[in-house]
Write a protein that binds this ligand. Structure first.
Ligand code: KG4
Ligand code: ZN
Length: 344
């Protein structure tokens, strides 16, 4: 049995978790997340300096609450997000982890936030039982849109990525244009439920392109153009056109993601597909991808991120730290620093 303390401060969530790993089971003993979304909402997006300043008192409270009476004695190793993310925000979690590693002589694992998101799909007990390599992972978040070929724990190869905006950014930026609050993804998704997905003909760039890359920046421009027309409407006409635009936008993003994922499945002959990152909370994407994969090959495993661990949390970081304790070496607490541009 191994108990890992996970720490995450890469963006606007301060998070601490304790996971207990047995031979085959995983118990999430603590999973504490303090979100700053209401704070950043007034700025329309995350302000790095504000995020870091708020992580400082929060991380101390959360560590105190998570560790409780057992303190650090119950912990075998520490996992912390090294990157990617906001440099000064990452540093808050890293400094806390380094101090604990040094004072209590615990092995410290610096992990990638992206690998953490992948682990969020593996945390589901059913997924763990069927998890097989090679696995294709679709990572869709506010900063990333990547198709990753996972050959083993710790072995990742990016086979497709966005050439411009991430899928989450496409949701957020379009939502902002339409006067919706941050983060825009859930807002668009809520509006889209009552809209007509075919009402607006929005672009699906790079579909003819043989590559597995995405492009979402054109969507924003198209949404801006349509919104100029919609915003002049009145009453129910306006409300219904707004729902239709949200639905058409969601459809365009989901359609691009599903089509490229299917193409990658065919090209790389994988055993299963995992769907992770903040945008994997999108119900339309989860349903459409599940249906498309089933129709393509009913033997493929499909592992969407466990709903409890979709948005940034430290349980996924502790799980990635556990993987790393199997395939890698502990990091040196003396040298650890934020890696804002880190990949997998
Ligand atoms: O992974 P995440 O929590 O943070 C990053 O590491 O970026 O992802 C946040 C992104 C935001 O762009 C947010 O709008 C999007 O995930 N998101 C959604 C939904 N819930 C969150 N996008 C579409 N539909 C949703 N239901
Ligand atoms: Zn994230």
């Amino acid at each position: 049995m191994k108990r890992i303390l996970g720490i995450e401060t890469s963006c606007d969530e301060t998070a601490v978790a304790i996971l207990e790993f047995g031979k085959t089971d995983v118990k999430v003993k603590k999973n504490l997340v303090s979100s700053q979304i209401p704070i950043h909402r007034k700025y329309g997006g995350v302000v790095p300096e504000v995020a870091a300043r708020n992580h400082v008192p929060e991380i101390v409270h959360l560590l105190y609450e998570a560790l409780g009476k057992g303190g650090m004695k119950q912990i075998d190793a520490i996992a912390v997000t090294e990157g990617p993310g906001l440099s000064i925000a990452l540093r808050v979690g890293i400094e806390a982890a380094r101090v604990l590693a040094f004072l209590y002589r615990k092995p410290l694992y610096g992990v990638s936030h992206l690998e953490g998101h992948v682990a969020s799909a593996w945390l589901d007990a059913k997924a763990r039982g069927k998890w097989e390599f090679p696995l294709l992972v679709l990572v869709v978040s506010g900063g990333h849109t990547e198709l990753v070929l996972m050959k083993d724990f710790g072995k990742y190869k990016i086979v497709g990525e966005t050439r411009d905006d991430a899928a989450g950014e496409a949701f957020d930026k379009s939502a902002k244009l339409m006067g919706l609050p941050y983060p825009g993804g859930p807002e668009i998704s809520k509006l889209a439920e009552g809209g007509n997905r075919e009402a607006f003909d929005l672009p699906r760039p790079m579909m003819k392109d043989e590559s597995l890359d995405f492009s979402f920046s054109g969507l924003k421009t198209a949404v801006r153009r349509e919104w100029e027309r919609v915003r002049k409407l009145k009453g129910e006409g306006f409300e219904s056109a707004k729902r239709d635009l949200a639905a058409s936008l969601e459809e365009a993003i989901v359609d691009s993601l599903v089509r490229k994922t299917l193409r990658a499945v065919t090209k790389h002959r994988v055993a299963g597909v995992a769907l992770v990152g903040g945008v994997s909370a999108n119900t339309h994407l989860r349903t459409r991808l599940a249906e498309a994969l089933k129709a393509h090959d009913s033997t493929l495993g499909f592992f969407p991120s466990d709903k409890k661990y979709i948005t940034d949390n430290a349980a996924m970081i502790a799980a990635a730290g556990y993987w790393k304790s199997g395939y890698g070496k502990p990091s040196d607490w003396r040298k650890m620093d934020a890696k804002p541009e880190m990949g997998f």
